[in-house]
Ligand binder design. Structure first.
Ligand SMILES: Cc1cc2nc3c(=O)[nH]c(=O)nc-3n(C[C@H](O)[C@H](O)[C@H](O)COP(=O)(O)O)c2cc1C
Length: 181
């Protein structure tokens, strides 16, 4: 699919089909993420893929209870990915401190969007998930406490016919200008 068509078709998916996702497709999404750019080529990410049903159910129950229950739809997704934010290279960290910019978050964003777009191209739906019980996710996945998980990805097949493709977005003249602010 042409890139702009793919971008127009991608929507956050919150209703997944009960159908397993092939490992080969997950690997393609990981490869897309791996190719993302990052400050000083730090690649400050690790993707923990959870496709074991029992573990995923445990993760869903832990991550989306209480104040996080608005994201309980994720329990329907056959795959969840925890994206661990790893340390940037020294130069990127120092440069980021100097600039007051968290480069590692920009890097993670680029990698996750690569993942998401590859998934869409393979007919898979995704949803970025920023609202979850991080401590519980670390505990279930045995991720060290000192690590940071800024984002999860819900992944699975979805009903493409049922999904609306229009986006609620600001017009270009509001978000961009040429040659001055
Ligand atoms: C950093 C980030 C965090 C997000 N967290 C959540 C979330 O916790 N739950 C959810 O349902 N959607 C979440 N989303 C999805 C957004 O709500 C969605 O991208 C936005 O409303 C635009 O809709 P679209 O993705 O369908 O175009 C998140 C998206 C991003 C980029």
């Amino acid at each position: 699919m042409a890139l702009l068509d793919l971008l127009k078709h991608r929507k956050s998916i919150r209703d997944f089909l009960d159908r397993p996702v092939e490992r080969v497709k997950i690997m393609m999404c990981l490869e897309a993420a791996r190719l993302a750019p990052s400050a000083c080529n730090s690649q400050p990410w690790k993707f923990i893929v959870v496709d074991d049903k029992q573990l995923k159910d445990k993760l869903g129950d832990a991550a989306f209870r209480g104040i996080y229950s608005m994201n309980s739809f994720c329990k329907m997704a056959p795959v969840m990915i925890a994206v661990v934010s790893e340390r940037s290279k020294f130069l990127a960290s120092i440069g980021g401190m100097f600039r007051g910019t968290k480069y590692y978050l920009i890097d993670i964003g680029a990698a996750v969007e690569h993942f998401v777009l590859q998934a869409e191209d393979l007919g898979l739906g995704t949803c970025w998930i920023g609202w979850f019980n991080e401590r519980a996710v670390k505990s279930v996945l045995e991720i060290p406490h000192r690590k940071k998980i800024d984002i999860l990805i819900a992944l699975g097949y979805y009903d493409r016919e049922k999904t609306r493709s229009e986006h609620s977005r600001e017009p270009i003249d509001k978000i961009a200008s040429f040659n001055s602010y």
